[in-house]
Design a protein around this ligand. Structure first.
Ligand code: DGL
Length: 265
């Protein structure tokens, strides 16, 4: 089974992409709804949560781990890989997005939006400039977007107004691509595209990481064999709420059976 975790609901955009492109593979999702958001937490706390979430998925039989959260990816990837990599491959969402972005960007003027923790970590700029030293990266933290998505407010005028304000500094920088550096943001993709302009290419890490997982499975038949292929999905959260279920079903466009992780994430 492919084990995927996020701080809450955002990682479901990654799940949706994996289900759409690799439908036969069994997946288990863990959303840490009791402790969300991660974007405002300290590095030590994020490391602790990411490690506990990984252990939860391993205990449920994960053979691949996907950190479907940019915040946890930026802070905890190295740590989780050191801790688990000889047991299991650990995927994150940042490098695949950077790779896809550099492939599509023509002027190498790149915008990045994300949570405060992700933007403060400077991880996107570091990874982009490492691969393309002449690239210019412009990053903007957008802390209000996560709660708006969690509340299912993606079509409200207030959300459009907030997005316009967040994206304004990027509009003056003549970017040609914009990385959605938070797994919640693909839910807002259409409005983001509207506000930033149709000439800017939107880079969605959920699509980028799915491509990477798919290639990895093809190249590693022993891992492919160990993954269940019964088209089954299980969804766990550390705190069940009706709102989560409603928003999750609207992201996945299907009904889900939501289970509690039983306080052990
Ligand atoms: N989904 C998380 C990310 O991709 C953000 C939510 C949070 O702050 O916990 O960064």
């Amino acid at each position: 089974m492919i084990g995927i975790f996020d701080s809450g609901i955002g990682g479901l955009t990654v799940v949706k992409s994996i289900i759409d492109h690799l439908p036969e593979y069994d997946i288990t999702y863990f959303g840490d709804t009791a402790r969300t958001p991660y974007g405002t937490k300290s590095c030590n706390t994020i490391l602790k949560y990411a490690s506990e979430n990984t252990q939860f998925l391993l205990d449920h039989g994960a053979k691949i781990i996907v950190i479907a959260c940019n915040t946890a990816s930026s802070i905890a990837t190295k740590y989780l890989r050191q801790k688990y990599n000889n047991i299991i491959p650990v995927f994150e969402v940042i490098s695949p997005a950077v790779k896809l972005c550099l492939k599509t960007s023509t002027k190498n003027r790149i915008g990045v939006i994300g949570t405060r923790a992700t933007i403060n970590s400077n991880i996107y700029e570091k990874k982009i400039v490492e691969k393309q030293p002449s690239a210019k990266v412009f990053s903007v933290p957008c802390p209000l977007l996560v709660p708006l998505v969690e509340e299912g407010w993606e079509k409200k005028p207030e959300t459009k107004m907030i997005l316009k304000k967040y994206l304004h500094p990027l509009k003056t920088k003549q970017i040609d691509s914009l990385i959605l550096g938070c797994t919640h943001y693909p839910v807002l993709k259409q409005i983001i595209q509207e506000k930033i302009g149709k000439r800017v290419k939107i880079i969605d890490s959920s699509i980028a990481v799915t491509k990477e997982i798919s290639e990895y499975i093809c190249q590693n038949p022993h891992i492919c064999k160990s993954l269940g292929k019964n088209n089954k999905s299980h969804f766990f959260v550390s705190d069940i709420t009706d709102q989560f279920k409603k928003t999750a079903e609207s992201i996945l466009k299907k009904n889900i059976d939501l289970k509690s992780s039983g306080g052990t994430s």
